[in-house]
Design a protein around this ligand. Structure first.
Ligand code: NAG
Ligand code: NAG
Ligand code: NAG
Ligand code: NAG
Ligand code: NAG
Ligand code: NAG
Ligand code: NAG
Ligand code: NAG
Ligand code: NAG
Ligand code: CU
Length: 558
């Protein structure tokens, strides 16, 4: 079993998996030590920031309803926080992790204990750093097994394998983003992609071995596929094998077969592979999706699936790499995703809406006297480029510190225009730390509208604190008269991160039943850095457990 590869305490392992009958739910303790580790890829070495010296980092295993306690200790020179991406954090907003949103960073030499319970979700998620660009190497999978005694809603696979895709820079990644911030120009793109930490053989460095997935004939494998890249949406393929998608973002889906998985940064996909082909060696590829004329890393990473009994030096079976601009493939994949919506796992889609929001997504340029060209790239929802505060929003809210944020984030674009038509002449944005207030338990719809300002591009957008239902999507401008009639309110996919198509829109719905401050941002780190982010303030409810609890005593200060 995959669990054995982990640094999992033997005691816990025994209690959790071998003698489960006595225990309903457990408390699972992890120690995350943030340390440098010299790592070689692309035939060159550099120290990278890791958890416990591992890249990718350790997998966090738990069962639905378990409480997870992770003590994070920072031994590097950077400020660090860890975000448990997709964990709903019901009533535990102080453990969400985004720096300056729900906590001040854990400064060098300090530690902080994250403490949360995994309720109402099961499947694969990821954890990652949430300060600057540290998540490039500071990330790993979260596996939430179903409740004890509850089977998967599909045939139990023989084995489970974790597949984490990421990006690799030869340079120090913090240097890359710092240089871009100073110059106002786009940051350098990565030099390669990785699967489970390895770039695989590439021109110029053929000695580099790739990851090998070992399989046995006729067995079934659940691949827990994580896109931990910073800036690239990716296609994932296995030569000669189709994949059956059963879950995304820790929500079960109606199973469907595909040759190609499409996944944006922050998204996770569970897919079943049946080892039903001839004994041999088959290539696995992760290659970028980019349907806009924008600089990006076009390197394909190659890993291998190898059957038991494959002779030495076999010829590998190749797969065709999807064209990088294969928009029809992404459409087909997204259109196939449906909530399982069974009796046990119903899709609880809000049918009436209290807050109907319309957010444009744009990239612009603002004056910058110190920048190379006198201006800097910025990005904005509703023309507000978000300014990070210098203390955390949640602390400012809880302790009533004035002057940190305002509650006037616009529900609609300040100036309506033809969003996917010709760009407006003025490419500047406003800026501010502006939040949008939601009453406890109110229902929210957000239409995320891509624009053609400077360059239209796909934006994987992530909401903290909630899953949402993806009720509709389309190309061009959202039509408030015609499009809502076509929404899927029956079995829309439930996710925490959704790609807003290039020059198109996506509509999502959720219920604001979790008090706290919750970040909404593009999960392309380059756009987040440029300001494509905002936050919701969800007020307390009346009930006993419907208020934000006081912060833990070890909460870092700024
Ligand atoms: C409060 O308790 C109710 C009933 O147990 C539960 O449904 C709800 O999710 C809880 N809310 C929070 C914020 O924990
Ligand atoms: C985790 O949170 C629970 C519930 O608030 C609390 O009882 C417990 O003491 C916390 N544990 C740690 C180690 O902070
Ligand atoms: C970014 O790329 C430019 C051009 O290749 C190079 O001069 C610069 O050193 C790179 N920056 C970093 C931080 O690697
Ligand atoms: C990747 O980009 C490089 C540099 O722009 C180019 O030479 C190469 O042809 C590209 N490869 C693919 C597969 O698009
Ligand atoms: C918006 O721009 C698109 C693309 O140029 C064009 O096809 C469409 O007619 C425009 N819509 C309106 C309402 O002007
Ligand atoms: C965005 O705000 C800037 C600064 O106020 C303004 O000049 C520009 O016209 C606005 N653009 C849009 C699309 O609202
Ligand atoms: C926000 O806008 C103001 C006024 O234009 C400007 O002085 C300030 O530098 C901007 N802040 C950021 C972080 O861009
Ligand atoms: C939240 O709203 C739902 C639907 O209207 C309702 O069933 C539920 O009781 C509400 N919960 C609270 C705590 O108000
Ligand atoms: C680390 O965090 C502290 C507290 O917010 C801040 O004062 C300091 O500038 C940060 N350091 C860096 C390198 O960002
Ligand atoms: Cu984006």
């Amino acid at each position: 079993m995959e669990f054995l590869g982990l640094q999992f305490r033997t005691m816990l392992f025994l209690v959790a998996f071998l003698y489960p009958a006595f225990v309903e739910s457990l408390i699972r303790h992890y120690e995350f030590s943030v340390v440098y580790k010299d790592t070689t890829n692309l035939c060159s070495s550099k120290p990278i920031v890791t958890v416990n010296g591992k890249f990718p980092g350790p997998t966090l295993y738990a069962r639905e309803d378990d409480t997870v306690i992770v003590k994070v200790t920072n031994h590097v020179k950077y400020n660090v926080t860890i975000h448990w991406h997709g964990v709903k954090q019901r009533g535990t907003g102080w453990s969400d992790g985004p720096a300056y949103i729900t906590q001040c960073p854990i400064q060098p030499g300090r530690n902080y204990i994250y403490n949360f319970t995994l309720t109402g979700q099961r499947g694969t998620l990821l954890w990652h750093a949430h300060d600057s660009w540290l998540r490039a190497t500071l990330h790993g999978a979260i596996v939430i097994l179903p409740k004890r005694g509850t089977p998967y809603p599909f045939p139990t696979p023989d084995e489970e394998k974790i597949i984490i895709m990421a990006e690799w820079w030869k340079s120090d990644v913090e240097d890359v983003i710092n240089q871009a911030t100073q110059s106002g120009l786009p940051p350098n793109v990565s030099d390669a992609h990785t699967i489970n930490g390895r770039v695989g053989p590439l021109p110029g460095c053929s000695s580099q071995g790739g990851y090998t997935l070992h399989v046995e004939s006729d067995k079934t494998y659940m691949l827990r596929i994580v896109n931990a890249a910073l800036n690239d949406e990716l296609f994932f393929k296995v030569a000669g094998h189709s994949l059956t998608v059963v879950e995304v973002d820790a929500s079960y889906t109606k199973p469907f077969q595909t040759d190609t998985i499409y996944t944006g940064p922050g998204q996770t996909t569970n897919a079943i592979l049946t080892a039903n082909q001839g004994i041999g060696k088959y290539f696995i590829t992760a290659s970028p999706f980019m349907d806009a004329p924008i600089g990006f890393d076009n390197a394909t990473v190659i890993a291998t699936l190898r059957y038991k009994g494959t002779p030495a030096n076999p010829t590998a079976i190749l797969t065709s790499i999807p064209p990088r601009n294969a928009t029809p493939l992404t459409d087909a994949f997204v259109d196939s995703l449906r909530s399982l919506n069974s009796k046990q796992y119903p899709a609880d889609v809000p049918l009436t809406i209290d807050h109907s929001l319309f957010f444009t997504i744009s990239v612009g340029a603002n004056p910058c006297a110190t920048c190379v060209s006198g201006s800097k790239l910025v990005s904005a929802f509703n023309n507000v480029s978000f300014v990070m505060p210098s203390i955390s929003l949640l602390q400012a809210y809880y302790y009533n510190v004035k002057g940190v944020y305002t509650l006037d984030f616009p529900a609609n674009p300040p100036i309506p225009f033809n969003y996917t038509g010709t760009s407006p002449a003025n490419l500047q944005t406003t800026n501010g730390t502006r939040l949008y207030r939601l009453e406890y338990n109110s229902t929210v719809q957000i239409v995320l509208q891509g624009t053609a300002i400077i360059a239209p591009e796909s934006h994987p957008t992530h909401l903290h604190g909630f899953n949402f239902f993806v009720v509709g999507k389309g190309l061009g401008n959202f039509d408030p008269k015609k499009d809502p009639g076509k929404f899927n309110l029956v079995d829309p996919v439930e996710r925490n991160t959704v790609s807003v198509p290039t020059a198109g829109w996506t509509a999502i719905r959720f219920r604001a039943n979790n008090p706290g401050i919750w970040f909404l941002h593009c999960h392309l780190e380059v756009h987040t850095s440029w300001g494509l982010k905002m936050a919701f303030l969800v007020e307390n409810g009346e009930g006993q457990n419907e208020s934000l609890p006081p912060p833990p005593t070890d909460l870092p200060t700024c």
